[in-house]
Design a protein around this ligand. Structure first.
Ligand code: PA5
Length: 444
C-alpha cells in the first residue's frame, strides 16, 4: 500500500537529517502516547480506531438513507460548520465535477449552509430552493452551535411550510450527540432519521463518521472504498509498518523549531482547495494553543502563483511548504496546434495539460527551495475514494503525533469560545446579563 509517499529531501537544507534523527525518541513517545491513550485529551481518541470500528452495517444503513434522499430530493442542504462541514465539503470537491452544479441531470445537488452568518447567503439559498424538492442533513455535535441553528430554523420552517410537517420530517436527517443537545431533543420529538457522533470523536476528526459519510454517500461516492482506504492506513500506521505520518510530524516540528512558523499547504489541482480548508481546521484547532503552534495556511497553484507567488519566493523566510501532488488525473486533454501560433504555444501542441501542470509544479518547487522555502512533498496516486480515505487518516494521525510533540492537548479547542461569549453578550442572550452590561460599557 503506497498510495501516499512522503519525501522530505527538499526540507533538509533548513534542518539536518541528524537533527531529525535526534528527535526519534520524541516522535516515538508521541506515537505511544497516542496509541496507548495516555496523553492530554485522551477522552477524544475515538477517531484513532474509527475506520476499523465502523461496521459495514452502518455503512449500508448510511447508503440506504443516502439513496432515499437521492431519490426524493432535487437538492440536499447540508447544514453544519467547522468539523461538521469541512470534511464532507473537502471530499465532495476532491471527487466532484465543478460544473455539475450547472447540470440538471446530476441530482441531487448538494449545497451547504450554516457555515456562516451571511444574511445575503441565506436569502440567496432560500431563493434557490424556491419551488425545488429539497431535503436537509443537519449536523451539529453539540446541537447548539449558533450558525447551523439559525440556518436550520429557516430551512426547517420553509420545508414544513411547503411539504407539510410529516413529509418534512422524512426529508430531514440529523447527525448529533447520542443523548444531549437541542438537536437530539428535536430529532427525537419529530422522528427524524438520526446518526450519532460519538462522544470521543471531536468535530475536526469526524469526517470518517456519519458526519462526512452521509453527505459523501448522497453525492453518490463510494463510502466503503473511502473507509477501506482509511482502514488500510490505520492498520499500517498503528502497527508501525508505515512511518509516513511520523516523518511528516517530526519534519514539520523540526522546521518549526528552526524558525519556520508558517506551513503552507500547496496543491496543483483545483479539486483540492477544500481539502486544504479541512486540513487548516485540523491543524489550526489542534495545535494553535498555549501561544504556540505552526500557522496553517494554504494556496492553490498555479492560480496563486499569480498572487502569493511573489511573497513565497521572496518574502520573510519563516515559511515552509507541504505540497500535495496528485500523480494521475482522471481525464486526458491535449493542447491543440494553431496555424497562426500568435500566442507562441505551438511548442506545447499535442502535450497533455497535466504535463504542463507537472512542470509548473516541479519548476515552482525548485524555485521555492532555492529561495529558502523548505519543502515536504506528499505524493498521492489519484483522487479516488480509497486514496482520500487513506490521506485523511494519514493527516489525522500525523496531527495527533505532531500536537503531542509540540506539547499541547491536540484535542480541545478552548480558544473558540471567546468570540461566542462576546457575541452572546452583545446580542443579550438570556444568562449573559453581566457580560452584556460589561461589554456595552466597554464599547460605549
Ligand atoms: O472541531 C470542532 O470541534 C469544532 O470546529 C466544531 O466542529 C464546530 O464548532 C461545530 O460544532 P458542532 O458540531 O457542535 O456544531
Amino acid at each position: 500500500m503506497d498510495n501516499i509517499r512522503v519525501n522530505i529531501s527538499d526540507a533538509l537544507g533548513a534542518v539536518s537529517q541528524n537533527a531529525i534523527e535526534a528527535m526519534a525518541p520524541e516522535v516515538r513517545n508521541s506515537v505511544n502516547t497516542l496509541v496507548e491513550g495516555t496523553g492530554a485529551g485522551n477522552d477524544f481518541l475515538g477517531w484513532v480506531r474509527l475506520p476499523e470500528n465502523t461496521p459495514d452495517t452502518l455503512l449500508d444503513d448510511i447508503k440506504a438513507t443516502a439513496e432515499r434522499l437521492r431519490s426524493e430530493c432535487e437538492v440536499v442542504v447540508v447544514v453544519g460548520i467547522g468539523g461538521s462541514y469541512l470534511g464532507a465539503k473537502a471530499v465532495l470537491e476532491a471527487l466532484g465535477n465543478p460544473f455539475s452544479v450547472y447540470d440538471n441531470a446530476s441530482k441531487p445537488q448538494i449545497v451547504f449552509a450554516g457555515h456562516n452568518i451571511g444574511e445575503d447567503y441565506l436569502h440567496d439559498l432560500m431563493a434557490y430552493l424556491e419551488g425545488k424538492r429539497f431535503g436537509i442533513v443537519v449536523i451539529s455535535k453539540s446541537g447548539t452551535t449558533t450558525e447551523p441553528a439559525i440556518a436550520f430554523r429557516l430551512l426547517k420552517s420553509r420545508l414544513e411550510a411547503t411539504a407539510g410537517r410529516e413529509a418534512a420530517a422524512r426529508r430531514i436527517v440529523a447527525i448529533t450527540d447520542a443523548k444531549r443537545g437541542a438537536l437530539r431533543t428535536l430529532a427525537n420529538e419529530e422522528g427524524y432519521t438520526t446518526y450519532v457522533i460519538d462522544d470521543n470523536v471531536g468535530g475536526r476528526f469526524s469526517v470518517l463518521s456519519p458526519v462526512g459519510l452521509l453527505p459523501i454517500a448522497i453525492a453518490g461516492h463510494d463510502i466503503k472504498a473511502l473507509m477501506e482506504g482509511a482502514r488500510e492506513r490505520q492498520k499500517a500506521i498503528l502497527s508501525g509498518a508505515d512511518k509516513s505520518a511520523e516523518v511528516y510530524a517530526v519534519t514539520r516540528n523540526a522546521l518549526y523549531r528552526s524558525g519556520k512558523k508558517i506551513e503552507i499547504l500547496v496543491n496543483y489541482n483545483p479539486r483540492l482547495h477544500y481539502f486544504a480548508e479541512w486540513w487548516k481546521q485540523l491543524y489550526g484547532e489542534s495545535e494553535g494553543k498555549d501561544h504556540k503552534g505552526i500557522f496553517p495556511a494554504s494556496v492553490d497553484f498555479s492560480t496563486d502563483l499569480h498572487s502569493m507567488g511573489q511573497w513565497i519566493q521572496d518574502g520573510e523566510r519563516t515559511i515552509f511548504e507541504t505540497v500535495i501532488s496528485v500523480a494521475n488525473v482522471d481525464h486526458e486533454v491535449r493542447i491543440p496546434s494553431d496555424d497562426a501560433n500568435l500566442d507562441g504555444l505551438n511548442f506545447l501542441a499535442g502535450k497533455r495539460v497535466d504535463e504542463v501542470n507537472k512542470m509548473a509544479e516541479l519548476g515552482t518547487r525548485l524555485a521555492h527551495v532555492d529561495g529558502g522555502v523548505p519543502n515536504i512533498l506528499i505524493t498521492i496516486d489519484a483522487l479516488t475514494e480509497r486514496t482520500l480515505g487513506s490521506l485523511i487518516y494519514f493527516f489525522e494521525a500525523a496531527c495527533g503525533i505532531s500536537g503531542y510533540m509540540l506539547g499541547v492537548n491536540p484535542f480541545n479547542q478552548p480558544g473558540v469560545e471567546a468570540y461566542k461569549r462576546n457575541m452572546f453578550a452583545l446580542l443579550a442572550k438570556p444568562g449573559y446579563e453581566e457580560e452584556t452590561k460589561a461589554i456595552r460599557e466597554r464599547i460605549s
